[in-house]
Design a binder for this molecule. Structure first.
Ligand code: ATP
Length: 331
């Protein structure tokens, strides 16, 4: 009996837990009598016919590895009719009856175009940014948050020793979730997120005022978490903020841009569980030949919904959490 073939690819920025999703899809798929094919380097592998069979032996040691062993790439050909047609040709050539795409909103757009061309496709949210509104959590967010919190606390140790203000810049271009959650979990003294960029609180003079208040009344060090999406076009943003804050307060300020350390590392238990549960749902959907869906988690439950509906959901900002961050900081 020939086994049904399902493809899987990872796309967009890598995130911890992408491998766990592939691992689970292969194991669960094998149990359901499916053969899982891995597409290398995201949609680029569909352009290049770069496809490998993923046996359970082959994926044995990837569950807890960071990054994505399948590779990921940006693939501009997917934005063209010809590129999309080539993707479908590769899918047909390898006999894939469905495709799992692990990635962010751009990757979901690609998945939608394939579903429209008759390939049942299911998206799993693989991005550290937590910027997909339809799901409470994306795969990789929890790991990145833990990495960020670890760094913020280490930076605070040295700021405390030298009586300094530390500005820690974290990832999050449109979505301040990493910054906000890290600020709360670490008790940061100020958090700057893109969602509040035009609000009054954002004014740097407010940051300076809070730092001065802390130095006058409590301690002679402070921690500020800054999301990269704040003044995104500004070059050396954290450095500029440092100079301005030093000028405004007269205190010694240091900036640290965490950069790619936030993307790497073994996925947390939470991210592994999330990836495994979501891959399970994707396999169930494709076993029934249901596509054009994305999988999410809301209120503790795994669910799936239409790709377009998910992409069209307006972004919400956790204002109560932001207010809590400020109250924790003594506002
Ligand atoms: P991240 O959140 O990490 O940036 P992402 O999935 O949003 O992840 P993108 O670079 O936006 O990352 O998209 C990944 C790939 O998805 C693109 O390189 C392209 O191949 C494909 N893609 C993006 N937008 C579309 C689209 N409108 N139609 C078809 N394919 C698309």
């Amino acid at each position: 009996m020939t086994r049904r073939r399902i493809g899987i690819l990872t796309s967009g920025g890598d995130s911890p837990g992408m491998n766990a999703a592939v691992w689970a899809a292969v194991r669960i798929g094998a149990g359901a009598g499916m053969q899982i094919l891995g597409v290398r380097d995201g949609y680029k592998g569909l352009m290049d016919e770069n496809v490998v069979e993923l046996t359970t032996d082959r994926i044995e040691d990837v569950l807890d590895r960071g990054g994505t062993f399948l590779g990921t790439a940006r693939c501009k050909e997917m934005l063209t009719e010809e590129g999309r047609a080539q993707a479908v040709r590769t899918i047909q050539k390898f006999g894939m009856e469905g495709l799992i795409v692990v990635g962010g909103d751009g990757s979901y757009q690609g998945a939608r175009t394939l579903s429209q061309r008759g390939v049942p496709t299911v998206g799993l949210p693989g991005t550290i940014d937590n910027d997909l509104s339809y799901t409470d959590y994306t795969i990789g967010f929890d790991t990145a948050l833990n990495t960020v919190c670890d760094s913020v606390l280490k930076i605070r140790d040295t700021m405390r020793s030298h009586d300094r203000v530390g500005i820690v810049e974290v990832m999050g271009r449109h979505c301040g979730d990493i910054a906000l959650n890290a600020a709360v979990a670490c008790g940061a003294d100020y958090v700057l997120v893109p969602e509040m960029q035009y609000a009054e609180e954002f004014d740097l003079s407010n940051v300076a005022r809070r730092v001065e208040h802390i130095y006058r009344t409590t301690r002679t060090y402070a921690t500020i978490v800054l999301a990269e999406g704040v003044c995104y076009d500004m070059e050396h943003r954290a450095h500029v903020f440092r100079r301005r804050l030093e000028a405004a307060t007269g205190h010694s300020v240091r900036e640290t841009v965490l950069g790619y350390t936030q993307r790497g590392g073994s996925p947390s238990i939470y991210d592994r569980r999330l990836a495994i549960n979501m891959a399970d749902r994707a396999i169930q959907l494709l076993a029934q030949r249901v596509g054009n869906r994305v999988v999410g988690r809301r209120g503790g439950e795994i669910f799936d919904m239409d790709i377009m509906e998910a992409l069209n959901m307006p972004r919400t900002f956790d204002r109560p959490l932001y207010d809590l961050a400020n109250r924790l900081a003594g506002d």
